[in-house]
Design a protein around this ligand. Structure first.
Ligand SMILES: N[C@@H](CCC[C@H](N)C(=O)O)C(=O)O
Length: 247
């Protein structure tokens, strides 16, 4: 079985495809383990679908299922293209809905599901959070100082709201973002749906214009914009390892 490891701007994934759709919770935990496994933030399994190019099963590193993953969608699209599972322009089914993606070398564009503001102005400890669904739920707080990310507070909010937790600051006309991810239970180097939620809040509040750059913790550059109702999310992916493997 072909099995690849991808880094999508520091958010890393084990990816493989299979004809069998089955529960892979335990496998996700084993493979994603940083010391005893391959090590990754998530596991993506591509399985056949009769209506779209394919569908995916997405697992966080703790084995929990997530409906969507922005960075994972770009890694998955690249894997599907280079393994002849789809053409460079594809659509696939996720728990959050249909995702369209386009692969151009190592640049991959993913069109995320329409963002939804679930709740505005949640005031906690002098901070004002918005809860936004960009395929999965994200709390977003606009801050002056991106260096001050209180992980203990983020962890508390993550459980209270069952959401990922982000802080975002302006960097000129662009944005810097940091994300605590549920299912990884720590800050990750990048989170696509998190960047999308931060962009959406900043754009809705007219802090940024359309089509800007967003810089996650890894320091990479992602390109985000509103396209009618959906958010386009573009950036490089890197295949870091590949093996043919007997599981
Ligand atoms: N890293 C992903 C988000 C993965 C799912 C998330 N941890 C959740 O459980 O909601 C991204 O790039 O969007």
């Amino acid at each position: 079985m072909r099995c690849s490891k991808y880094s999508a701007n520091g958010n890393d994934f084990v990816v493989f495809h299979s004809d069998v759709k089955e529960d892979r919770t335990e496998l996700a935990k084993e493979l994603c383990h940083r010391q005893d496994g391959v090590g990754a933030d998530g596991l993506i399994v591509i399985v056949p679908n009769s209506d779209y190019d394919f569908e995916w099963q997405f697992y966080n590193s703790d084995g929990s299922h997530a409906d969507m993953c922005g960075n994972g969608s770009r890694a998955c699209a690249h894997y599907a293209y280079v393994n002849n599972l789809a053409s460079s322009s594809m659509s696939f089914l996720t728990g959050a809905g249909i995702i369209k993606a386009e692969v151009d070398g190592d640049m991959v564009l993913s069109e995320l599901t329409p963002p939804k503001i679930l709740e505005k102005n949640i005031e906690i400890n002098g901070k004002s959070w918005w809860l936004i669904d960009t395929g999965v739920p994200h709390l977003v707080h606009l801050t002056e100082n991106i260096e001050e990310f209180d992980i203990a507070e983020a962890r508390e909010l993550r459980y209270k709201y069952n959401a990922n937790v982000n802080i975002v600051s302006l960097d000129g006309k662009n944005l810097k973002v940091r994300t605590y991810e549920r299912g990884v239970e720590d800050e990750t180097l990048a989170c696509g749906t998190g960047m999308a939620a931060c962009f959406y809040r900043a754009y809705t509040e007219e802090k940024v214009t359309n089509n800007i750059e967003v810089y996650p913790k890894s320091g990479d550059t992602l390109y985000l914009g509103m396209n009618d109702k959906t958010i386009t999310f573009r950036g490089r992916v890197k295949k870091t390892f590949e093996t043919d493997w007997v599981l």
